[in-house]
Design a protein around this ligand. Structure first.
Ligand code: NAD
Length: 313
């Protein structure tokens, strides 16, 4: 059945892939994005686009005009470093912006709310691995805290408004269109620098491990969440850790990059080793990651090569 779907952050990395997929499945898509990190060019022409801040009262007019049945909420201040520099702005976007949307969902009778949360930044340094959804929540950054705050509000709004929700806690997502100029998104940054034959910096000694999940798999989790009838929280990752040094080597091999990395001091707010237990998503969503790291990196390098040098936004 064709749905009216509102995608916040639909001009961003993950959001733009989701918008493409929703359109391909015949849904009507409305994008709200203030283009703070997203790009207008990433929004497909068949989607309706509103260049608005999610905190703006004008977002109500979008709900009024289009009456979305489902909201995919991806717009966020998504930088750990920026959240440490300006926790107030982080909370404004991630908490107050989300509350604005949740209230509008109640007012305009939205049926499903699908929230892009983080599995990498809310558990803190894992007490055990892989990390299940039941692991204690001890964020190391304001970003982790603000993303989680919305999860705390969700059951309350479900009770107040009657929508059902799915929380998807992603590990480190990578793939085509990820911003290579931000401070996060190590795959995009390394790929761009290697293709330009520029120096690659590794923060820390490179033994830190992350769970890298391909963007297409993340989109698939969102699509599966559409047909859920109840509310739930799922980790979305691969269940495997890869060290930053190993990632560097794999990408260098794929690209033919010959320089050694430069090591710099580790950055605050980041966990040392994490990978997610995705058993619950397998059982409850019927989701499993399909693109392995070798394949996903090859697809990413190919896309970055084809895209050429994109100017900084
Ligand atoms: N990329 C990852 O590894 C990862 C991991 C865990 C969770 N997430 C979550 O996934 C979501 C998408 O992340 P992404 O990697 O695609 O990042 P992104 O920065 O590419 O996308 C975020 C989008 O939101 C928009 N935006 C930011 N503030 C806004 C505001 N106030 N009003 C309207 N639009 C606004 C940006 O312009 C951008 O298009 C975020 O919620 C992020 O927290 C991402």
């Amino acid at each position: 059945m064709a749905l009216r779907a509102l995608v916040t952050g639909g001009a961003g990395f993950i959001g733009s892939h989701l918008v493409e997929r929703l359109l391909a499945e015949g849904h009507q898509v409305i994008v709200v994005d203030n283009l703070s990190t997203g790009r207008r060019a990433y929004v497909p022409p068949d989607a309706l686009f509103y260049p608005l801040d999610i905190c703006s009262p004008q977002v109500a007019e979008v709900f009024q005009a289009h009456r979305p049945q489902v909201v995919f909420h991806l717009a966020a201040q998504a930088s750990v470093v920026r959240s440490l520099e300006d926790p107030t702005e982080d909370a404004r976007v991630n908490i107050l912006g989300s509350l604005n949307l949740l209230r509008l969902c109640g007012r305009f009778g939205v049926e499903r709310f699908i929230y892009s949360s983080t599995g990498g930044a809310l558990y803190g340094e894992p007490q055990y691995l892989p990390v299940p959804e039941t692991h204690p929540i001890i964020p190391l950054s304001p970003y982790g805290a603000s993303k989680y705050a919305v999860e705390v509000y969700l059951p309350l709004f479900r009770a107040l408004t009657g929508f059902t929700y799915t929380v998807l806690r992603y590990s480190n997502v990578y793939g085509p269109r990820q911003d290579p100029y931000g401070e996060a998104g190590v795959v995009a940054i390394f790929t761009r620098r290697m293709l330009d034959d520029a120096e690659v910096v590794i923060y820390g000694d490179g033994t830190q491990e992350r769970d890298f999940v391909y963007v297409g798999d993340v989109v698939e989790a969102n699509i599966l969440a559409l047909s859920q009838k109840t509310s739930a929280v799922y980790n979305i990752g691969t269940g495997r850790g890869t060290s930053v040094n190993a990632l560097f080597e794999r990408l260098a091999r794929l690209i033919g990059y010959r320089r050694p990395p430069r090591y710099a001091p580790p950055r605050p707010g980041e966990v040392y080793r994490i990978w997610l237990d995705v058993g619950r998503a397998r059982e409850g969503l019927g989701w499993t990651p399909r693109v392995d790291l070798e394949q996903g990196l090859a697809l990413t390098v190919q896309a970055f090569r084809a895209q050429g040098v994109v100017p900084r936004s």
